[in-house]
Design a protein around this ligand. Sequence first.
Ligand SMILES: Cc1cc2nc3c(=O)[nH]c(=O)nc-3n(C[C@H](O)[C@H](O)[C@H](O)COP(=O)(O)O)c2cc1C
Length: 411
Amino acid sequence: MANPWFESVAEAQRRAKKRLPKGVYGALVAGSERGLTTEDNLAAFAEIGFAPHTAGLANERNMGVTVMGQEMSMPVMISPTGVQAVHPDGEVAVARAAANRGVAMGLSSFASKPIEEVVAANPKTHFQMYWVGTRDEMLARMERAKRAGAVGMIATLDWSFAYGRDWGSPFIPEKINFEAARRYAPQVLLKPRWLLDFAKTGKIPDLKVPNMVATPGEEAPTFFGAYGMWMQSPMPTWEDVAWLRSQWDGPFMLKGVMRVDDAKRAVDAGVTAISVSNHGGNNLDGTPASIRALPSVAAAVGDQIEVLLDGGIRRGGDVAKALALGAKAVMIGRAYLWGLGANGQAGVENVLDLLRDGLGSAMVGLGKANVGDLSSDDLVIPAGFERQLGDVAVANATLSTSPAASRTREA
Ligand SMILES: Cc1cc2nc3c(=O)[nH]c(=O)nc-3n(C[C@H](O)[C@H](O)[C@H](O)COP(=O)(O)O)c2cc1C
């Protein structure tokens, strides 16, 4: 067999595409509508340059950081993703990889593995919740996460129920039944290695979301059943955010903040951390890249709470850029999903190693011994790069139409 190690996240993506059935791969590409935001998340990183030094470089590369109370070996965390059927071990494989590399894990409430199994694989697990159902139901999910040993809570509220993608949405069956088998069969049969992985476990992918119920083992809804409940739930207010925060005794992150005024409201609600994020371009299409919004948000609240960033991280240099623009750490989504799809747990470890090595190279070139010392002085930032959302009306706040945007498309 060819060497399963890969040298870049781009290569992991190519291998995942080759290995996964079309529908499963399509679910990972994700994005919404025209894909403007997903593209801009990548294009924006390509616009930022480095200003390296020639001599007097540092011999050490200290990357350790404490985020949401957890010591991590580097400023990279697993962002929660609710995707089924990439690999039979799913989130447990990701959790093991993250634990082996000393980083924390965010587990989606739409994940396919129970939180108890994931915490057993990585004790540094934060549980992610959407605003779904009644307050009592949400409390019950939080209490289960607490009992299971989750060390932090991530509330994700940036979702506008947009559907439709110009490049087509994958067929995701409600249940594995005859109709699903018939529609999936042609693409699955073309991907025998993926099928073999599941065949070895003796189980077909289970499209249920076990963390949406209060007790382990209780009959869980399907992905679409839970999605329906979510759509019917009233939209949360800032008082609801403060309430949710008050119910969790421990570190609490609000994920999906793009505006300076919302970041300030999050501070008022008592959060420990925010992630500047546009849900990887899966929310409102036309939202600018999260890295463009980061500097103004970090300047506004970075001395009061921990500011993270997610969206578009594909290499260690991207991590360095985000830190230099004010993030304490980053979270990754598709990068580790490509790794999981390409080579299971080892593929996720491979991705984390690439990010560590790339961050190390950037630190060497920039002459920085400590990740915390990276600053905007290390970067070449083109005029008009930043977007301040909220508080001040910003002229020309249009998305990038640079040629890099079309080159970096991930379909
Ligand atoms: C396939 C997929 C599923 C996702 N599911 C969730 C989820 O269940 N909960 C959540 O908070 N974010 C979810 N996200 C968003 C990620 O946590 C993260 O914000 C995003 O992927 C970061 O962008 P990147 O993929 O460019 O790294 C999902 C993203 C993708 C691509």
